[in-house]
Design a protein around this ligand. Structure first.
Ligand code: SF4
Length: 698
């Protein structure tokens, strides 16, 4: 490969920015934003612009290993296939599991899901996207009948009010935030930020509602009741396109009987709530954006539905500048949802609980052992590993030893597990537990498809040769499947062939019941796939898709959306005298996940070179801590340490710790070690935003 520019996609957040990558003959790579990509129109954030500095081989896994010793691919793949076969033969298909990643490309995800659900016969395949947006998936399914994001990024340009709730968009989806600020400058878009912390996102807003942790349902129930009282409901839309309004609004009114009640429950000023409710009432073009602050909660699904209820009640959905809008954390969280990468989904937006879907997928795959019921979601999966019920585990492209809640217990489970396979790009805290280590291709070497938060499919293309003996994930998975005796079903020659099968499955016996449909892409030639230009799904015809659900028809049996009656439940774990603070975790602007890539770039490390815990001055004084002190943090799940940053951005009684650090980078066991393994009953997503904390000087 010479110095030709290659169009690819950023491997970090769900904005899914287009990147133009160029490698000079001396091996130096440079990147710039792709001006032709509709998601970013040439812009990149600090992480994206530093991608060229992350392609070195320091720390790369270059050769397969068994028990810490270098081996060859045949020996490694034989060992994986044989141990999985033996375990299944002795203990049944549910004794094995895959834990995969939103970093995988759609084709990797597809074959992993096909192997586990169609050929091994278990649905024990879950993904780190469970920690990111599973509550949005569950909320969308409850309200719309399918996991559909109705909006597109142009809605950010065309809205008159954007409500950012549980979303530090300025840091976590920076290019989208810049797009919103450009729209604000051009048309005066109003912005409301709902977040317990005063984040960088709140620097530019008309109103910041620093509500108490876990009170989002109360706030949005109060909004629904206010909309009803103020007479700004779209009665025609409610009658023609929805069901369940009366129950939802009655419960909302009982739960949130007035502004004063909401203000008291949320810890907000009544005047601020009135301002928000009035602004929402009088503005037709409203987009409500939500991400991890809503999803990562023991009641995340109810929060999502409380938001969607307000948009359904006003008919503001799927039209220009209107709608609920979940933004995903990872580059291919959405692609994973499409292939059924979550343990409770089948492929192509089909489900275990929809009659006929299991049979349909089995017939399409000619699958010998199709799974018939959901498998273990992430937290339960690692619990089952710890209990010895899952005896063989394959982890692909993710670092659960750091990122899972109650990570200390997860590390113990991995240590005790009979057989652990890890395929990854670099050594991590998790690779330490691998019996077999498989070196996977990295960004810049990989070739496949991803889908961003607005349902836009884009290509990740290679511009670097694969170093050492690394192989792409899809190839590794197929090679194991073939060794397990499933040859012809996994005899793919390239990612394009996998994508064609995925697209064909999405259209198989789909007469419009499922909106997710890539039928028009099922016969892409290899050349068409190579030249593929970003496009939104569905792709039923050559015509480009746009917003969805704006016609008032939903993919439910009766074509109507569902209001979901929800009530404020409070936080799962309240502060105690022993653990008096509420710990919130999240991302920094310049880091990505557990820093395996961004941690290697000095300029990205410069802003925050070590883990910092943010504390309000009142709490710092109460615990005898000053700015820069090293603090010992403990919860009932584990302990960690971080340097104190005293800031008014943090409300009294609350602390914030970035999720990124681990023992790999600092004398710190990480935010995951402190977090609670308590999950939402509908989505299985863990509570990562509120765990009782004790803090003292180290
Ligand atoms: Fe990458 Fe997200 Fe930054 Fe875009 S906004 S360059 S996708 S990290």
């Amino acid at each position: 490969m010479g110095s030709t520019e290659v169009s690819t996609t950023c491997p970090y957040c769900g904005v899914g920015c287009g990147v133009r990558a160029d490698v000079a003959p001396d091996g130096e790579a440079s990147v710039r934003g792709d001006p032709g990509h509709p998601a970013n129109r040439g812009k990149l954030c600090s992480k994206g612009s530093a991608l060229g500095e992350t392609i070195g081989l320091d720390g790369r896994l270059l050769h397969p290993e068994i028990d810490g010793r270098r081996t060859d691919w045949d020996a490694a793949l034989d060992r994986v296939a044989r141990r999985f076969q033996d375990t299944i033969a002795e203990h049944g298909p549910d004794s094995v599991a895959f834990y995969i990643s939103g970093q995988l490309l759609t084709e990797d995800y597809y074959v992993a899901n096909k192997l586990m659900k169609g050929f091994i016969g278990s649905a024990n395949i879950d993904t780190n996207s469970r920690l990111c947006m599973a509550s949005s998936v569950a909320g969308h399914r409850r309200a719309f009948g399918e996991d559909v994001v109705p909006g597109i990024y142009e809605d950010f340009d065309e809205a008159d009010l954007v409500v950012l709730t549980g979303s530090n968009t300025a840091w976590c989806h920076p290019v989208l935030y810049q797009r919103l600020l450009a729209a604000r400058k051009a048309r005066g878009t109003r912005i409301v930020v709902i977040d317990p912390r005063r984040t960088a996102t709140a620097d530019e807003c008309d109103l910041h509602l620093a509500l108490d942790p876990g009170t989002d349902v109360l706030l949005f129930n109060g909004l629904l009741a206010h909309l009803a009282r103020a007479g700004v409901l779209d009665r025609d839309y409610i009658a023609a396109s929805t069901a369940g309004f009366d129950q939802a609004v009655a419960l909302a009114a009982a739960d949130a009987p007035g502004v004063e009640h909401v203000a008291k429950g949320c810890g907000l000023a009544p005047a601020d709530i009135r301002f928000f409710y009035e602004l929402f009432s009088v503005t037709e073009r409203v987009v409500t954006v939500y991400s991890q602050g809503v999803n990562q909660s023991a009641h995340g699904t109810d929060k999502v539905n409380a938001i969607i209820n307000c948009h359904l009640a006003t008919g503001r959905i799927g039209r220009p500048g209107m709608g609920p809008f979940s933004v995903t954390g990872q580059p291919n969280a959405m692609g994973g949802r499409e292939v059924g990468g979550l343990a409770n989904q089948l492929a192509a937006h089909m489900n275990f609980d929809n009659g006929g879907d299991v049979d349909r997928v089995a017939r399409f795959w000619n699958a010998p052992e199709i799974a018939t019921r959901p498998g273990l979601k992430a937290v339960d999966m690692f619990r089952a590993v710890g209990e010895g019920k899952v005896k063989a585990l394959w982890i692909m492209g993710t670092n659960p030893a750091v990122s899972m809640p109650d990570a200390g217990r997860v590390r113990g489970a991995l240590k005790a597990c009979d057989f652990v396979v890890v395929s990854d790009v670099t050594r991590t805290d998790t690779t330490r537990f691998a019996d077999v280590l498989l070196p996977a291709a990295a960004w810049g070497e990989k070739d496949g498809m991803v889908t961003n938060s607005e349902r836009r499919l884009s290509r990740q293309r290679p511009f670097l040769a694969m170093p050492g003996e690394v192989r792409p994930d899809w190839r590794i998975i197929c090679d194991v499947a073939i060794r397990m005796g499933f040859g012809t079903a996994f005899d793919f020659v390239n990612p394009a062939a996998i994508f064609r099968e995925h697209a064909a499955l999405s259209a198989f016996e789909n007469k419009g019941e499922r909106l997710f449909d890539l039928g028009a892409l099922a016969d892409l030639s290899d050349e068409d796939y190579e030249a593929f230009q970003p496009r939104l799904w569905p792709a039923r015809s050559r015509r480009q898709a746009g917003r969805l659900l704006g016609d008032g028809r939903f993919p439910t049996p009766d074509g109507r959306a569902r209001f979901i009656a929800v009530r404020q439940e409070g936080v799962a774990l309240a502060a105690t005298s022993e653990y008096p603070l509420a710990l919130n975790t999240g991302r920094l602007r310049d880091q990505w996940h557990t820093m395996t890539r961004t941690g290697a770039v000095p300029r990205l490390m410069a802003n925050t070179p070590e883990p910092m815990v943010d504390l309000n001055p009142h709490d710092a004084a109460a615990y005898g801590l000053a700015d820069g002190d090293l603090a010992h943090l403990s919860t009932r799940y584990g302990f960690s340490r971080a340097r104190v940053r005293v800031t008014e951005a943090q409300r009294p009684g609350q602390a914030f710790l970035p999720m990124h650090w681990s023992g790999h980078f600092a004398a710190n066991s990480g935010a995951g070690t402190l977090a609670a393994p308590i999950t939402d009953p509908h989505s299985g997503q863990p509570e990562l935003k509120n765990v009782p904390l004790r803090i003292m000087r180290e």
